[in-house]
Ligand binder design. Sequence first.
Ligand SMILES: Cc1cc2nc3c(=O)[nH]c(=O)nc-3n(C[C@H](O)[C@H](O)[C@H](O)COP(=O)(O)O)c2cc1C
Length: 129
Amino acid sequence: MTTLTEDMKSLVNTQKMGFVATVSSDGSPNLSPKGTTLTFDDETLVFSLINSDNTLTNLKSNPKVEINVVDPQEQKGFKFSGDATIHTEGEQLDKAVSMYKDNGVTNINTIVLVKVNSAVELASPKYDA
Ligand SMILES: Cc1cc2nc3c(=O)[nH]c(=O)nc-3n(C[C@H](O)[C@H](O)[C@H](O)COP(=O)(O)O)c2cc1C
């Protein structure tokens, strides 16, 4: 498990936009944006399933997920990999619903928690110079 740094938490919770890649049953990638991406605890990201049938289907058969969160102005970000679990009830859903309310998002009834196994910093080539 990877512990999320303060830099990671700050970037994710400011941008709130994760590009979520899952694996389809035929092995092809599926990528879609999730504007509900937040940090859930020191090792976990959360996003909400609102209108993402393919992501839901894929995660039910393969929990592997990769999420890129980028600050487009700074041209920096992080690539997170982990294992997902889907939650439609319980304490963790309640905690997430409360977090979303604090962020002005309501009507959340399905969340995905992603235990982060690895986190890699992303930086634009402009930083190479
Ligand atoms: C900026 C943006 C943010 C979005 N945020 C979410 C989100 O947080 N949760 C969600 O389920 N769908 C969200 N969507 C909608 C899905 O990305 C979209 O319905 C997509 O087609 C789902 O693809 P999938 O079924 O392959 O996962 C968002 C779309 C955009 C453009």
